[in-house]
Design a protein around this ligand. Structure first.
Ligand SMILES: [Zn+2]
Length: 146
């Protein structure tokens, strides 16, 4: 007798494999951070879609979100209204990954660091531009004196 049907086995593994972990940060998250991630992660697609629309800093609307996770905008709208709709594993997984990305402490820290670096770089650029402008003004003044 075949006890391990590939379909069922894969499904089961999927459910476990989809445990709320961030692939990028699972190794170095502390227990507390991992618990936080679990706590923050909402159950149910409606709540997850809602969280993406609420939390993502980029401006998402329903149709852009829908196209990104490969769903019809209507499906997303109905999900937001709490309908229980059958959603394929692809979109389901895409939403899941997105939510993990939004609530994972590691991902949040990473984005913050990136933002800080961008700000620092912008600051350096501005300072250099300022120095250049002053240098040019000084040169111009010297020219006029000579
Ligand atoms: Zn992460």
């Amino acid at each position: 007798m075949k006890t391990k049907a590939p379909g069922r086995a894969r499904k089961k593994k999927d459910r476990q494999g989809c445990a709320v972990v961030c692939r990028a940060h699972d190794d170095w998250l502390t227990e507390d951070e991992r618990a936080l991630l679990l706590e923050e992660f909402p159950t149910g697609l409606p709540a997850q879609v809602r969280l993406i629309l609420d939390k993502d800093e980029r401006e998402w609307n329903v149709s852009r979100l829908a196209s990104l996770v490969n769903l019809m905008p209507l499906t997303v709208r109905l999900l937001l209204r709490g309908w229980r709709l059958p959603v394929g594993s692809g979109p389901r997984r895409a939403i899941r990954r997105w939510v993990v990305d939004l609530v994972c402490p590691g991902c949040i820290a990473f984005r913050q660091r990136e933002r800080d670096e961008q700000q620092a770089a912008a600051g350096r650029r501005a300072r250099r531009a300022q120095l250049r402008a002053r240098h040019r003004a000084l040169e111009a003044a010297r020219w006029r004196q000579e």
